[in-house]
Design a protein. Structure first.
Length: 382
């Protein structure tokens, strides 16, 4: 394959950096008053207002608790995010995500519970060569429950199990290709995927190395996740397939004052078996290759790499430049088809919580093929 050497370079470069880097040093002991302030829990409400063609005006509220369990200041802070919103078209979301370190970081619990009601998405089909002209709009209701329980094996190293449940209901075609209600690339899929409800249930192992100095906005450290989900009839799943994930990240300051940070990420998602459309790997969105609509490209296999340079500007404002490349395919051999997907852009950060480095971000990205995106979110992309 002509593109395979380049893809291998993308794979190996972040891993070489991971091998060279060290576990971040424990910060010096703060004064008692400063320590008390650092350990005070933060529960900050944040209003949400947005607008897009599929939803109309949306409004809601987010609550962003940041806290430390126990009195050991070397235990990294835990965080959660509770979001609820509703739109003019009666679409709604309720979502709770969390990442909790127990005292001494003996255990790490993370996951999400989300319910999307009448959630609309642009659907372009699947594979590395889908066209913008093939956009249709579908909507559905989906409940997602994902929980991971990991035990510390060594400093920064955790292992355990994860469970994921997805309950997809009431798939509807709202807008066909060229407004034709009988045309959608969704109909290329087996009829069972869009005519019946879909229940997915999977269990599998997870290995995590997390030596980041701060999980909300990292200055230095490394993150490496290798995990698997095995979905099958024994767990009540309607479809049998396996999902395997690799997520490697590296962070380092480019200046001694920590005002310029380099962030790198490599993501691989590989699946085998009978994978329904909602569970295919998605390229695009607010976290992976900003500039492409989330799900603009989807298939069973995905490989992507991205980089950011984060720079303090003034006051609570930071600036970011980012870029990335990626590809999807039914098999790894299909990565030659359609060309690499390239995206990049710039963004602003507002340090909403200065003590815990919790940022609100606004990004503008551009992707190949006349693709653009504006993203307003809480926390860094990775």
């Amino acid at each position: 394959m002509r593109l395979f050497p380049l893809l291998m370079l993308l794979v190996l470069s972040p891993l070489v950096l991971l091998a060279q880097a060290q576990v971040p040093e424990t910060p010096s002991e703060p004064a008692p008053a400063a320590e008390a302030k650092r350990d005070k829990p933060s529960f900050i409400p944040f209003p949400i207002v947005f607008s897009q063609p599929e939803t109309g005006l949306g409004y809601g509220l987010a609550v962003l608790p940041v806290f430390r369990l126990g009195t050991d200041t070397t235990t990294r802070k835990s965080n959660a995010r509770l979001i609820g919103w509703r739109t003019q078209k009666k679409q709604s979301l309720i979502q709770l995500t969390h990442s909790v370190f127990t005292p001494g970081e003996r255990y790490l619990f993370s996951g999400e519970v989300s319910f999307y009601n009448q959630f609309p998405i642009n659907y372009y089909g699947f594979g590395p060569e889908t066209r913008l002209e093939d956009k249709s709009v579908i909507e559905y209701k989906v409940l997602i429950f994902n929980q991971r329980a990991l035990k510390r094996l060594a400093p920064g190293l955790f292992a355990g199990l994860q469970y994921r449940l997805t309950d997809l209901r009431d798939v509807q075609l709202n807008e066909g290709i060229d407004d034709d209600p009988l045309r959608s690339r969704l109909f290329d899929r087996p009829a069972r995927e869009y005519q019946q409800n879909t229940f997915i249930s999977g269990l599998g192992p997870a290995l995590l190395y997390d030596a980041r100095d701060n999980v909300l906005s990292t200055f230095r450290g490394n993150y490496l996740e290798v995990s698997a989900l095995l979905n099958g009839g024994a767990l009540g799943s309607d479809y049998r397939f396996g999902r395997y994930l690799l997520d490697a990240r590296h962070f380092r300051p480019l200046t001694t004052d920590n005002k310029t940070i380099l962030a790198l990420q490599l993501v691989g998602q590989f699946q085998g078996g009978n994978v329904p459309f909602r569970e295919l790997a998605n390229l695009g969105g607010s976290n992976l290759l900003r500039g492409f609509y989330e799900g603009r490209y989807r298939d069973r296999q995905l490989l992507a790499a991205q980089a950011e340079v984060r720079r303090v500007l003034f006051g609570r404002f930071n600036g970011v430049l980012f870029g990335g490349v990626g590809q999807v395919g039914n098999t790894l051999g299909d990565f030659d088809q359609g060309g690499l997907k390239v995206a990049g852009g710039a963004g602003l950060r507002f340090r909403f919580n200065r003590l815990d480095r919790l940022n609100v971000r606004l990004d503008y990205g551009v992707g190949t093929g006349k693709s653009t995106g504006v993203y307003f979110s809480i926390g860094e992309a990775f």
